[in-house]
Structures are given as structure tokens and as C-alpha cells.
Design a protein around this ligand. Structure first.
Ligand SMILES: [Fe+2]
Length: 299
């Protein structure tokens, strides 16, 4: 049972996803509250709790019941030294993620969810947008859905300066709790559809990454300091509007994820130009990673 003293008020913010919740203090959430928040997160994909003003200790303690926490794997200098689970982004130091992405998809097990504490924000601007990758998948035509379900894609950490960190995930991920299917490619980390030629991949990936940004799949949230925002990283992407003056400081704890699963590839990887044509540069990264994985599997 959730805390008896709490009067939860859940207000949906858009058709596709997002809810704002008032009437409970997260720092004193009990087991029942956490179970209810987990349920609401699967239903709404992104939740906002204004007016929480959590301390760093409270923030970490609140995150722990959701699973093991991890600092940022590539940007460790932005993890807070006495709270290494907290990753801090400061707007004036370039911490503005203004490209649509799902967090950490270059990992074999990308983050399950993130819990963000808005420490300082401008009065106007600096909003964050989220998109429902499930709504985006469900709105595709049947032939395109069927093709997407037979594909996988290569992701890398090039935006963090470590392109050698790579992972391959299904293009359609099945949410382990809701069972809904999601388009699991993003413009920030996804490089290549594995089963397509490079020119086909460029066009099709562009279509999918543009498609998920259609306004009808999104919600946009205007922050106030002290708000906690949490999102299901298995079924969403997000984007920060770089349209503000003044400072914007966020602190985030990230819950470690699981291996994305989906219908899986129905075709072999397309790397036929890997070593014998002027096109080979487009296939080299993919074929190199596939060889590396095959060698690891044989060990
Ligand atoms: Fe992010």
C-alpha cells in the first residue's frame, strides 16, 4: 500500500506520453509508493514531480529501489565526486543535449531509466521534450512495421569521442513490462542499419529518426527548480531546447538497464563492400565490429 497520507494527483500532459504528479513527497516514499511510481512510469513513460527540492543524498536514496545506479560511463568528469552516482550537466559548460536520443544506446545494456533533479533553471526556455517510441512504431504502416521488425542497428559513442564503443540492438525493441513495441534508433548514437547497404541505411535511418520526432508523439515540459523528472529510457527519446539565457543545472541518477530484445534480424548483415570498393569506408566500421563480436563469441 502507498503512504496513507499521500493524495496523489496524476495529470496527463499530452496524448502520447507524460504525466505530472503532485501530492507526495518523494524523499519519504515507501515501498508501496515506489511500486506505484514504477507502474505509472510504464504507463506514462515520463513523470514529473514539481516542488521536491531533494538533497543529493535523498536523490541517490530515492533512485536505489529502482535498480543498481551507474555514473556516466564516458563523461566521468561530470559525475559528482562525493556522489559518483550523480551525473551533473551545467548548461554554461556545454551540458545541453539538444539532439534527440535515448541515453547510452552504444552500450550492450543501455540505461533502464533516469531520474533528473532540476537544480537551477532559467525562467523561460530550457524545456525538455520526450517522444514515445511506442506511439511512433504503432503509427507506421503495416509493411514498414514488418520490415523494421526484421532489422537491427549499430550504435556508437562517437558523440562522446569514443566511437570504438559500439553495440547492435534490434530496430524494434519490445518493452519487457508493457509488451509494446518501440522504434529503437536515434539520431545521436545510431550509425547504421546492419542489414541494409550504406546508402539505403542513410535514407531509412533518417526517415525513422525524423519520424519519431513528429510533434504528435511528443510532450514538452517547462521546468521549475526543485522538480524531479523520471523517464523510461526503454521506450522514449528526449531533447533539450537550447533556447535560453542564464544557467541551467541538472543532476541525474541513472538506473542500469538490461539487454534490449526484439523480433531480431531476419536478414544477414550487409557488408559486401567492406574491402573491395570506394564504398568500403561505409562498411568498414560495421564489418569490423561484427568480426570483433564473432571473435569474442568464439573465445
Ligand atoms: Fe539524455
Amino acid at each position: 500500500m502507498a503512504n496513507a497520507g499521500n493524495q496523489w494527483n496524476v495529470k496527463r500532459l499530452a496524448g502520447a506520453l507524460g504525466a505530472e504528479i503532485t501530492g507526495l513527497e518523494l524523499a519519504s516514499a515507501d515501498e508501496g509508493d515506489i511500486a506505484e511510481i514504477k507502474r505509472l512510469l510504464v504507463e506514462h513513460m515520463v513523470l514529473f514531480f514539481p516542488g521536491q527540492h531533494m538533497s543529493q543524498d535523498d536523490h541517490v536514496a530515492f533512485g536505489k529501489p529502482f535498480g543498481p545506479l551507474e555514473g556516466h560511463p564516458n563523461l566521468a568528469e561530470r559525475n559528482i565526486s562525493d556522489h559518483p552516482e550523480i551525473f551533473q550537466l551545467v548548461g554554461s559548460q556545454g551540458g545541453i543535449a539538444d539532439e534527440w536520443h535515448t541515453d547510452l544506446t552504444f552500450q550492450a545494456q543501455p540505461a533502464l531509466m533516469s531520474i533528473l533533479n532540476m537544480v537551477q533553471c532559467p525562467e523561460t526556455g530550457g524545456d525538455t521534450m520526450w517522444t514515445s517510441l511506442c506511439a511512433a512504431f504503432e503509427a507506421l504502416s503495416p509493411p514498414l512495421r514488418e520490415m523494421c521488425e526484421g532489422l537491427s542497428a549499430l550504435h556508437d559513442a562517437h558523440p562522446h569521442g569514443v566511437p570504438e564503443k559500439m553495440a547492435i540492438h534490434p530496430v524494434v525493441r519490445v518493452h519487457p513490462e508493457s509488451g509494446r513495441k518501440a522504434i529503437y534508433v536515434n539520431e545521436h548514437f545510431t550509425r547504421r542499419i546492419v542489414e541494409m547497404s550504406a546508402p539505403e541505411s542513410v535514407v531509412f535511418l533518417r526517415f525513422l529518426t525524423d519520424w519519431v520526432q513528429s510533434p504528435r508523439f511528443t510532450v514538452r515540459y517547462h521546468w521549475t527548480a526543485g522538480t524531479i523528472g523520471m523517464w523510461d529510457n526503454r521506450a522514449t527519446q528526449h531533447y533539450v531546447l537550447n533556447d535560453f539565457e542564464g544557467e541551467r543545472i541538472i543532476q541525474r541518477v541513472t538506473v542500469m538497464g538490461d539487454q534490449p530484445t526484439g523480433p531480431g534480424p531476419r536478414w544477414a548483415p550487409w557488408t559486401e563492400n567492406a574491402s573491395r570498393s570506394a564504398m568500403s569506408r561505409h562498411d568498414r566500421q560495421l564489418s569490423g565490429f561484427l568480426k570483433e563480436r564473432a571473435a569474442e563469441a568464439a573465445e
